[in-house]
Design a binder for this molecule. Structure first.
Ligand SMILES: Cc1ncc(COP(=O)(O)O)c(C=O)c1O
Length: 418
């Protein structure tokens, strides 16, 4: 297993000063080698049922038996993936449109639910326009291809930005520069050395540990500059979670700017699937006319778009979901802190931490599994450490679930220290 990427991405060793070298995409064949990959047989927002692997059945007497676990993994933050109205909206659209439009939107693949969802997303985020893409990964690519078509040559990335942002900048053939993690001052220094417009790229809420980008400082870098810089916030983990009724990180931080671009997935906060670029009408026009990520792909199924629209409506009419999520975040933070685990103080549903060595953490993960609790041990790129626990919460977790985690973790740590 390679554990070196997260702390020291190969392309980022020299990030104290900016680099013009395109970063190397992380080698996921190495990183994902021992990530948990047992297929889930069925799931709710809080529990998954898995069948024990039969591969090693000679030594595993329980092979083939199924077990239900309380899970603190994944990203279905508002627990909308199983909401009966969301499921019903998908089912109704399946009857009307079938499973897929089987064509790109520029040809015959544009369905009414796609257009309705785009209008609703622009309205919800108070933005001029929104464009649906198959997923969050292609949304980042479409946004950067559109910017490149408008003449933006330079991309300036946080060193721990999501890999899809690196890939998008690389595929859009921009010159890539990196600034130190969360360091807006460093970003400003690099911008000052460029004689051309650039786009700053960052996760709004960092995927791996729930940290918030210094978006208020970054957006200020767009003003008082001779060049027309842009800021792209990848809000995959803030959209539907932060801000009024889940309007996202920009709303939470009260920032807006004509050159602010938001991308997100509809998979995490809304529990559906698909990606979206939210931006000025000019940028969206540019994406529609020039981006191969948009022109040469088939959209998310109309059923998913219909489900996404319903999920968006539920977000706005059910503030208690956000209240429950926030209460879960506060409760969990208090529990972790009481166990001596340092946490961030953001209103984000992701906590990342290490507990001893990699071997210690593997033992703790197994002890939790023995108590039927999944707390994923991650080797995901650009995390806070090579190996770390990533605990995520959703609105269907109850106080009782979190207390169960507390008891199991306390128990696992006691064995560790015995
Ligand atoms: C920050 C971030 N950006 C982009 C993506 C890609 O989104 P999608 O899975 O919809 O392609 C993800 C996660 O998968 C993510 O965490």
């Amino acid at each position: 297993m390679s554990t070196s990427y997260a702390n020291n991405p190969p392309n980022l060793k020299s990030h104290q000063s900016h680099t013009k070298t395109a970063p190397i995409t992380p080698d996921l064949t190495i990183i994902s080698k021992d990530m948990p990959n047992t297929p889930t047989e069925s799931a709710t927002a809080t529990h998954v049922t898995r069948t024990n692997a039969v591969l090693n059945s000679a030594v595993n007497r329980d092979a083939g038996t199924s077990c239900t676990y309380l899970t603190f993994g994944g990203c279905n933050y508002l627990a909308l993936a199983h909401h009966p109205k969301v499921v019903a909206a998908a089912q109704a659209a399946l009857q009307t449109f079938g499973l897929s439009t089987s064509a790109s939107r520029q040809t015959t693949g544009n369905a009414r639910p796609h257009a309705n969802l785009e209008a609703a997303l622009a309205d919800f985020t108070n933005a001029p326009a929104a464009l649906l893409l198959p997923d969050g990964y292609t949304a980042n690519l479409a946004a950067l291809q559109a910017l490149k078509a408008q003449g933006i040559q330079h991309a300036l990335l946080d060193t721990r930005a999501h890999a899809s942002l690196y890939d998008a900048a690389k595929l859009a053939q921009m010159t890539i520069h990196t600034y130190n993690h969360l360091d807006a001052h460093h970003a400003s220094q690099i911008l000052n050395t460029l004689n051309q417009p650039a786009v700053i790229l960052t996760d709004a809420v960092f995927t791996t540990d729930g940290d918030l980008a210094p978006a208020q400082q970054l957006v200020q870098l767009l003003d008082n500059q001779p060049n027309q810089h842009h800021l792209l916030l990848d809000d995959c983990h803030g959209f539907a979670v932060l801000g009024i009724n889940g309007r996202g990180t920009a709303n939470h931080l009260n920032i807006s700017h004509p050159n602010l671009i938001i991308t997100t997935t509809l998979l995490k906060g809304l529990g559906c699937a698909g990606g979206v670029v939210i931006a000025s009408s000019e940028l969206i026009e540019s994406a529609i006319n020039t981006s191969t990520a948009y022109i040469c792909t088939t959209p998310a199924s109309p059923a998913l778009a219909a489900a996404g629209l319903t999920a968006l409506q539920i977000l706005q009419s059910s503030p208690e979901r956000h209240q429950q999520l926030q209460s879960n975040i506060t409760h969990t933070r208090a529990i972790l802190n009481a166990l001596g685990i340092t946490t961030h103080h953001n209103p984000t549903p992701i906590f990342a931490f290490t507990l001893g060595t990699k071997e210690d953490m593997e033992a703790i993960e197994q002890r939790l599994l023995d108590q039927h609790i999944i707390l994923p041990l991650m080797h995901y790129p650009n995390g806070p450490a090579p190996t770390y626990f990533r605990l995520s919460l959703n609105a269907d977790h109850t106080q009782d679930h979190i207390n169960q985690l507390n008891a199991a973790l306390t128990n696992a740590l006691k064995v560790q220290h015995a």
